[in-house]
Write a protein that binds this ligand. Sequence first.
Ligand code: 3HC
Length: 293
Amino acid sequence: MNVGVHRINNICIVGAGNMGHQIALSAALAGFTVKCIDLNKEVLLKAEQFVITYLPERVAKGKLKQADADAVRAKLMFTSDLAEAAGEADLVIEAVIEKLEIKRHLFAQLDRLCPSHTILTTNSSYIVSSKVADVTSRPEKVCNMHFFNPALVMKLVEVVKGPHTSEKTTGTLMEVCVRMGKTPVLLQQEIYGFLVNRMLSTIKNESIYLLDMGIAGPEEIDRAVTLALGYPMGPFRLMDLTGIDLTYYVGMERYQETGDPAYRPSPSIVEKFINKEWGRKTGKGFYDYPQKE
Ligand code: 3HC
């Protein structure tokens, strides 16, 4: 049965952080008209600065024509006005902090602000869309659309169908991924951590255990994983890339939800979280990252 697809031209990305601004830029590079919204002016400014630096670098590297870079600038807008960003969207990709209550509040707002045809998705690493679909009047148009960091580079997107999600919605999202130059995988059922983060968390947790036990340091563990297993990056460098704050929030959220102490962030993660050593974004994590002036 051909269930058809929705027509998507305008995309709204909510959250201009690590993931949000790179998803926004990927979409603009693929020709979509994109509004990226964040209430935090500092985050918004940093995101815009990234784009201003990134596009000329791509032109200089010969990877992008100047005319295409100009077209991207014209198609990508940063704003702090949610109503404006959501009002004309055909598709929303939420990429805010991993806190369920914040996402539920946001989805209720988006449901009020967006036209009735708009598909609402979450880029959450772990939270399934059925946890936010019930606050909307359009659960059949609510779905997970999970990108990977760095989103400009990583090809995979997990599209996770909830029990409420229609096939027309998943079909549309699969098509949007392809138009963005990504390769989607469709999960027919919701599962905590989807495919990739389930596998990744096993190696990450084991690495943190080895560190906390004093068996080896981050550099040794990363070296072992890259050189023996062939991963492009070891787990500690990867946590610095994705954000140690994310590792902390995801662990706490799951611990509070299940009461299972196995999910509670380990002492080394708690210490880094408290000291704001969140990885590349703060200039220090398991490694140091000198900040550019
Ligand atoms: N942002 C944007 N582009 C980046 C980038 C970044 N942070 N880092 C690297 N790139 C680009 C470079 O510009 C370059 O582009 P080009 O080849 O078109 O010129 C290309 O990536 C390769 O860069 P480098 O040669 O500098 O570096 P590497 O070859 O080492 O690649 C990497 C860098 C792509 C980050 C690679 O190390 C890698 O794939 N690491 C693993 C990443 C990973 O596992 N991601 C998944 C994380 S889990 C996740 O996201 C789930 C979520 O829920 C948390």
